[in-house]
Write a protein that binds this ligand. Structure first.
Ligand code: ATP
Length: 272
């Protein structure tokens, strides 16, 4: 997408008023292959006895989980998009593919720049202090050592982990899961991202941190990035995203203004 290079970094439209695409998802299929999974009772005691009697070795089996089925949409600069859907509908899988962490089996994903995935499972090292993890996380995001030094106090303050004592110098394994999630979010949000993918990160923070991180997401968007937010908290989605994509069983059920999509999703969930 070489034509993006000629557009000013903070513009959300071209000079002729066209919106600038940042992520194009074109008829994407994502399939997990699970090796060694026993299918249809092959793992039962009767099946095992039968194999012993007939002296047949257990054959390795392969099962496929078709997690995302033919999904297409275009995301634009300056948009915050909520990804909603019931458990197992394919939201996290789709984010991982947009981040380039999972190959697509069919279709294609085009992105502007390198999308950054911020998830509750993002790797931070439990034996290192919060401060060291901040430094490593910032270096991994491409900051220089000087930028890291400058950004570290702000990141620690934003995360709020030092509000109840000097936790920044303690190993991360001593943090609650909410504190760990807050620090992960704060590290990722310290950098301007072309495309920031957030998987449930806000759900684990308390309400004060949630408000703070929602403000930060709005700032990241205002800096012309695109934000994707996966969350089961419809409140967070409504407060942060003006557009939502609803996935169900790996397919798009609805894509449009958050108010309309979340209302339809809530009706669907309450009728189940
Ligand atoms: N590593 C994996 N191996 C095999 N199947 C997987 C794997 N990860 C997810 N799946 C399957 O892919 C499907 C989509 O899962 P995914 O985690 O993307 O859903 P989700 O919408 O994010 O769910 P949730 O809301 O529960 O987090 C599910 O059927 C799940 O069982």
């Amino acid at each position: 997408m070489a034509e993006f290079n000629t557009i000013p970094a903070n513009a959300t439209t071209t000079t002729v008023g066209e919106r600038i695409p940042t992520v194009i998802v074109d008829n994407v299929h994502l399939i997990y292959r699970v090796y060694g999974a026993s299918a249809g009772g092959a793992g039962s005691a009767v099946a095992a006895l039968k194999r012993i009697v007939t002296r047949q070795p257990q054959r390795p089996t392969l099962r496929e989980v078709h997690a995302v089925k033919g999904v297409s949409f275009v995301a634009y600069r300056g948009e915050a998009i909520g990804l909603i859907g019931s458990n197992g509908s394919g939201k996290s899988t789709l984010l991982r593919a947009i981040a380039g962490l999972m190959p697509v089996n069919r279709g294609a994903i085009y992105t502007q720049g390198q999308p950054s995935l911020l998830g509750v499972n993002a790797a931070l090292l439990g034996d290192l202090s919060g401060e060291r993890n901040v430094a490593l996380g910032c270096l991994a995001m491409g900051m220089t050592p000087e930028q890291v030094k400058k950004a570290t106090p702000d990141i620690l303050t934003f995360s709020g982990i030092n509000e109840r004592g000097d936790f920044g110098s303690l190993p991360m394994r001593t943090y609650s899961s909410g504190m760990q999630a807050r620090l992960r979010f704060s590290i990722s949000a310290a950098k301007k991202h072309d495309v920031l993918l957030i998987d449930e990160a806000l759900a684990t923070g308390d309400s004060r941190f949630r408000r703070r991180s929602e403000r930060r997401i709005r700032q990241l968007r205002a800096n012309a990035g695109t934000v994707f937010l996966v969350s089961h908290s419809i409140g967070s989605i409504r407060d942060t995203c003006e557009r939502s994509v609803w996935l169900e069983s790996g397919e798009i059920r609805m894509d449009g203004p958050t108010d309309e999509v979340t209302r339809a999703y809530e009706d669907f969930m309450s009728s189940r």
